[in-house]
Design a protein around this ligand. Structure first.
Ligand SMILES: [Zn+2]
Length: 608
């Protein structure tokens, strides 16, 4: 299917927080401190309130924050201004910007993006534009990179109901790099490939791993449709399915607008009635529960609307669900519509009574919703506005991805009215050194790494998985060691020792060992025995271990001295000699050197 899509990737960096020195950790234990807040929409620079902010304010909820002391401080609680920007996070953002061939700004200005759903204690998110205008290559396709922002992650949502939203402050302030692409002309299969390739790309940097550490939003429009932002892809393996469903939803809606959009004029004279009396003997538990809890069972009639609410937009979504999702987001109550009845215990007789009450004929339709009595007018307005906008065009909005690969209305898309300048932070001039350091990452990608260093996929993946790629690159440069040796000592041997002894050993010993290998003091086969004994705390340094364990590599003369008696004992086959040599001196020799000595001694080679 032909699509126009853009990605917005949010990647958590593996550093401390952006504006304080708290660690970027998620804390899974009971609350220490609880903070309660209530948010109001304030006017933006343009003098208007942001549409999203007004929408959230309409919900009038309390927000409760759990503040674990291990991963939050007064900055997250918004009781103290932000500290100086985390340089390491900035450095990684610059590295990524270079790798994506972007133009980088030398001054960074933080802005406040109004968000008052409670996910930020301050009521805004701090975000700064770092770079623009880059590119990312997937196979032979160039994806335009529009912007790269450095921003703070929001608080972690623990749950919410109509009255209270609950968050944890541990995630708030974790540095995020937000990368937005230009619109890509593509199809659903390729879109998935791009997402996967981008995932691999991010892992080349110091980023967090695991569920929720990289979040992808996709905005999508089809011909004649509108921009819809899809948020919260749980599993990118199903991304293609979600995209196809959304494209189909927009297409079907456009068809419906074309065929019956004129019906929105009928919305000017709708009929509504409380149905508590006439449905008092219904078998529907849902309605009886509503009546018993003193709510209003509201019926709204729509002339000539038969078939509209039941109209299928895509698998699992009907026109009625679009109205229902919207109302749920605002009031926590959905709708029941006449096209799906009888159902939910509502009988044909109930339907007949409601139609009579609302004065409806054969071609008409009705909705039922169960709400608080005082919400009646607002609910009717909301329902009518939603239907009006659905019958006019595909509404521009943010939609949450559901488990069944459909999506549901989440909130309106925020506009320009939601940004204003952050006055608590100075303009950050990017230091020349930092810029220069990050320049090394120009054009950095999995492909460039493979071709530049001759890394194969297995070694690259292993180093990435172990989060040792940057260290390996550094050691390769400094020690001139090949990646196989680095991988063996730094990943395989360390992992082996950790598993075997269930002891934790830091990587410094492995780095020291690699230095000794580079100097020719030991062979790479000596690394595991040294690491093992060091993990047991038997030696203070690698040097000491080499001496006490007698693991120094033999030079050629010493090798000759060891090999000669083996040959004299009658062994002439190279493999047999190597086996005997290994029994005698352990890992103290280099295989190729030993072969060369054997060949000389056997007279196969003249020199040496
Ligand atoms: Zn903090």
């Amino acid at each position: 299917m032909k699509l126009k899509c853009g990605f917005e990737w949010h990647v958590q960096l593996d550093t401390n927080k952006l504006f304080c020195s708290c660690p970027s950790l998620l804390i899974d234990k009971d609350k220490d401190i609880e903070i309660k807040r209530r948010f109001k929409a304030s006017l933006g620079e343009s003098g208007k309130a942001d549409i999203t902010a007004s929408f959230e304010e309409g919900k009038a909820r309390d927000v409760i924050y759990e503040a674990p002391v291990e991963a939050s401080c007064l900055v997250e609680a918004d009781e103290e201004p932000p500290h100086e920007i985390n340089k390491e996070a900035l450095k990684i953002a610059l590295e990524m910007s270079n790798a994506l061939n972007c133009k980088i700004f030398d001054e960074i200005i933080f802005m406040r993006k109004v968000i008052i759903d409670g996910s930020n204690t301050s009521g805004f998110q701090r975000t700064a534009l770092i770079a623009i205008d880059g590119s990312f290559k997937v196979k032979d396709k160039n994806i335009g990179i529009a912007t790269i922002n450095l921003e703070e992650d929001s608080a972690r949502r623990l749950g919410s109901n109509l009255n209270v939203a609950k968050f944890k402050l541990d995630r708030l302030g974790i540095p995020l790099v937000e990368i937005a692409t230009e619109l890509i002309e593509t199809d659903e299969e390729e879109l998935k490939e791009i997402a996967e390739e981008f995932g691999r790309f991010t892992r080349l940097f110091k980023v967090k791993r695991g569920i929720g550490t990289i979040r992808q939003d996709v905005n999508l429009s089809i011909e004649g449709g509108s921009r819809v932002e899809l948020k919260g892809f749980q599993d990118i393996r199903h991304m293609d399915r979600v995209i196809v469903n959304e494209a189909e939803r927009q297409k079907s809606l456009l068809k419906l607008i074309n065929d019956r959009g004129y019906l929105s004029q009928n919305l000017n004279s709708i009929n509504n009635k409380g149905l508590n009396q006439i449905l008092s003997s219904t078998k529907s538990e849902l309605i009886i529960r509503g009546i018993k809890s003193d709510k209003l069972v509201l019926g709204i009639g729509f002339k000539n609307f038969k078939g509209i609410f039941g109209y299928k937009l895509c698998e699992g979504k009907r026109f009625g669900s679009e109205v229902s999702d919207y109302l749920k987001a605002l009031f926590g109550a959905g709708i029941i519509h006449s096209d799906e009845l009888p159902a939910y215990g509502i009988s044909l007789d109930d339907v007949r009574k409601v139609k009579e009450e609302l004065n409806l004929g054969e071609d008409d339709a009705f909705l039922i919703t169960i709400i608080k009595k005082e919400e009646k007018e607002r609910a009717i307005d909301s329902i009518l506005n939603r239907i009006r906008s659905l019958l006019a065009s595909v509404p521009t909005e943010v939609r949450a991805v559901n488990e069944d690969n459909t999506s549901s209305f989440l909130r309106p898309i925020g506009g320009k009215d939601r940004m204003y300048i952050e006055t608590d932070l100075p303009i950050v001039e990017v230091e020349k050194d930092l810029l220069k350091e990050a320049e090394k990452f120009k054009g950095f990608s999995t492909e460039s790494l493979k071709s530049k260093y001759g890394l194969n996929d297995d070694t690259l993946n292993l180093l990435i998985k172990a989060k040792k790629l940057d260290l390996a690159l550094k050691l390769n440069l400094e020690l001139k060691l090949d990646f196989n040796t680095i991988k063996k000592v730094l990943v395989e041997d360390l992992t082996y020792v950790r598993h075997k002894l269930s002891l934790d050993l830091d990587e410094n010993a492995a780095i020291d060992i690699l230095k000794q290998i580079a100097d020719g003091t030991i062979t790479k086969e000596a690394s595991a025995p040294i690491l093992e004994r060091m993990a047991l705390n038997e030696f203070k340094s690698v040097d000491e271990a080499i001496k006490k364990l007698n693991l120094r590599k033999l030079d050629k003369d010493e090798l000759k001295k060891e090999i000669l008696p083996i040959i004299k004992s009658g062994k002439l086959n190279e493999n047999d000699i190597i086996i005997s040599l290994k029994q005698k001196v352990g890992p103290r020799f280099d295989y190729n050197e030993a072969i060369s000595v054997i060949q000389t001694l056997n007279g196969k080679k003249g020199n040496n």
